[in-house]
Ligand binder design. Structure first.
Ligand code: IPE
Ligand code: IPE
Ligand code: MG
Length: 246
């Protein structure tokens, strides 16, 4: 039993939705004289641990940034290593995730993903459907700007067809066009590897999310780091632009 997990329970107010920018695989590998892809492989263990830690802590939604729109610009060899790793992960973890009651959703521009990867992620989504302990959003080929551009196109098309009046476009209408249409915004965002930036992740959704940045590289991140981030979150006062309570 973890002391931090006890503290989380005592504090109450577990963030319902936690999002993570999993960063630092390459630097973790470089520091050990290893090729980058071994850093990505090592990072899979952290994915596994973080998911089970999230279930233990009572998080309801976990969103993990696995591959960004801009990551397509990495060398072809690294891109294909990452896609193969995704396939491997989807095939290998499916049973375990189902047992834990994790329902996997894959969000992003999947039209750009190769057929084998697409088939593997479709299978894990189908095989874990109905899990009620945790919803896991794997963000693959996802970019916040691209998501908003798509939204603008969808809304413009509806206006052109006469189905929607411009003055009826409000936040809820925009939200309904996003990949995340059926989930509330993240309460807590964790970024590993000490980078203080958003890197085009969930630009709309993060408007009032609490940020927790840790210097730990993703392959070293484990359940205790997740619990630390949640305890940190529990010390924040979320004001949403209003006047504070103290
Ligand atoms: C995160 O690790 C994984 C992906 C972005 C796919 P990086 O590959 O970005 O590792 P660093 O940032 O180069 O250390
Ligand atoms: C963000 O990390 C994307 C993912 C974790 C998938 P990057 O490593 O791509 O971001 P930058 O380049 O450091 O901003
Ligand atoms: Mg990086």
């Amino acid at each position: 039993m973890s002391d931090l997990l006890d503290r989380i329970g005592l504090n109450g107010d577990v963030p319902a939705h936690v999002a993570i920018i999993m960063d630092g695989n390459g630097r973790w590998a470089a520091e050990r004289g290893l090729p980058r892809h071994l850093g990505h492989r090592e990072g899979m263990k952290s994915v596994r641990e973080t998911i089970s830690g999230a279930v233990e802590a009572g998080v309801e939604i976990l969103t993990m940034f696995a591959f960004s729109t801009e990551n397509w610009n990495r060398p072809a060899q690294e891109v294909s290593a990452l896609m193969r790793l995704l396939q491997h992960y989807a095939r290998r973890e499916s049973d375990e995730l189902r047992k834990q009651g994790v329902e996997v959703h894959v969000l992003g521009e999947l039209g750009r993903v190769d057929d084998a990867t697409r088939a593997a992620v479709d299978a894990i989504v189908a095989d874990t459907r109905g899990g009620s302990a945790l919803r896991l959003n794997l963000m693959i080929s996802y970019g916040g700007r691209e998501e908003l551009v798509r939204s603008a196109r969808v809304l413009a098309e509806r206006v052109r067809r006469g189905e929607l009046a411009p003055e009826d476009i409000d936040e809820a209408v925009v939200e309904d066009t996003l990949f995340t249409r059926d989930v509330a915004a993240p309460d807590l965002l964790i970024r590993t590897s000490g980078e203080y930036r958003i890197s085009n992740f969930m630009l709309w959704q993060l408007a009032y999310t609490e940020l927790h940045i840790t210097p730990v590289y993703w392959p070293e991140f484990g359940r205790e780091h997740l619990f630390e981030a949640i305890v940190d979150y529990q010390s924040r006062e979320r004001r949403f632009g209003r006047v504070g309570s103290s």
